[in-house]
Design a protein around this ligand. Structure first.
Ligand code: CA
Length: 359
């Protein structure tokens, strides 16, 4: 007793014997067992493995204080029910792409992919240093969620087609799996967009339910075997120049975490964001070589007049969203102003250097 009073008097209570440390130590090791539901098939290269890696990062960085178990699409909930599941607390984390939720509001699409919008590098700049993340939080807060960017695909491919695309007329009547704003653009160009979860694409394309599909890029597309169902593989992915893969967190679960764990979850997402883009950038050309050399895929650029037409329609479609509600207007203004200033910088940096390197 005397000793303890002496220590307290000196203000060095923390030096008291092991027994007195036990209480706070136990509190710090409290375990949070979290579920992560995803819109991807379990372990799917790039996207599913990106979700796995994020879960692993959170678990390891927290020293096991948060343990995350990953569920592939349909294991706990179907791909397109991930958002609602996390919103109502069935799972604490969701891993998907924001354009899947456009039924809840067109504005969602601004946080995944905007046709002729921002590249991966530019969209990260908008989110982390250009006001984009604040707007994303404002939107997801309405659903009891905290959003994070947890991956990026980089520039995607335009997709797989069972016929050649030589002019704008070839888009007429084309039934294509293409989600989000790109789908709306295709519709106005005369096509019929449909949305199908990734896991069902191959069957839909092979059975002729659809004439074309976009997915991601060579690395992901090779894994789905899409080359067996269509031979024409077009670029560039005008509709998805740098798609953000999101991780959203149930807000109540997030707020229940001590501050250090909150930082760990957010920082792990940032690390996963960088890691996915790095992995896809490293693997895409190898996969493209395999598609061309082993599977005789015909790779071609979409004709310029097709691109110009799609670009003109894209501007209309994107601008219309701004009129949907005040938040959509705010996000639109932020994104379009950012694109306008960053594209001037990109012209004299990335674009000029790419040109210089290819001379
Ligand atoms: Ca895509």
């Amino acid at each position: 007793m005397k000793r303890r009073q002496f220590i307290r008097h000196l203000g060095i209570g923390s030096l008291a014997a092991g027994a007195t440390i036990a209480a706070p130590a136990v509190a710090a090791k409290a375990e949070f067992k979290w579920k992560m539901v995803t819109a991807w098939p379990k372990n799917f290269p790039g996207l599913g493995t990106g979700a796995n890696r994020l879960a692993q990062l959170i678990t390891e960085m927290s020293g096991g204080r948060i343990k995350v178990k990953v569920y592939g699409a349909k294991e706990l909930v179907p791909a397109f029910e991930v958002f609602d599941a996390v919103s109502r607390g069935t799972a604490e984390l969701g891993h998907a792409g924001a354009y899947y939720w456009k039924g809840k509001g067109e504005v969602f699409q601004f946080f995944s992919a905007v046709p002729f919008g921002l590249t991966a590098q530019e969209v990260n700049a908008w989110l982390y240093h250009g006001g984009g993340m604040e707007l994303w939080r404002e939107l997801y807060d309405r659903f009891g969620l905290v959003p994070t960017a947890a991956g990026n695909t980089g520039v995607q491919m335009a997709g797989w087609f069972n016929r050649e695309i030589k002019s704008v007329d070839d888009l007429k009547g084309l039934k294509m799996r293409i989600p989000g704003l790109g789908g709306e653009v295709l519709k106005r160009a005369g096509g019929t967009p449909v949305n199908i979860p990734g896991g069902d694409l191959f069957t839909a394309l092979q059975s002729g339910t659809i004439d074309a599909t976009e997915w991601v890029g060579p690395y992901n597309d090779l894994a789905f075997g899409l080359y067996k169902a269509a031979k024409y593989y077009y670029y560039p992915g005008w509709h998805e120049p740098g798609s953000v893969i999101e991780c959203f967190i149930n807000k109540k679960a997030f707020n229940a975490l001590p501050k250090d764990l909150q930082h760990i979850v957010l920082t792990a997402s940032k690390a996963a964001n960088l890691d996915m883009l790095s992995e896809l950038t490293a693997r895409n050309q190898q996969a493209l070589d395999t598609l061309i050399n082993q599977h005789q895929v015909k790779v071609a650029a979409l004709p310029d007049d097709v691109i110009q037409k799609l670009k003109a329609i894209s501007q209309e479609v994107v601008a219309e969203i701004a009129a949907k509600d005040p938040l959509a207007k705010k996000v639109y203004d932020s994104l379009i102003n950012f694109r306008s200033q960053v594209s001037k910088w990109s012209a004299v940096s990335e674009q000029a250097f790419m040109r210089a390197r290819s001379l």
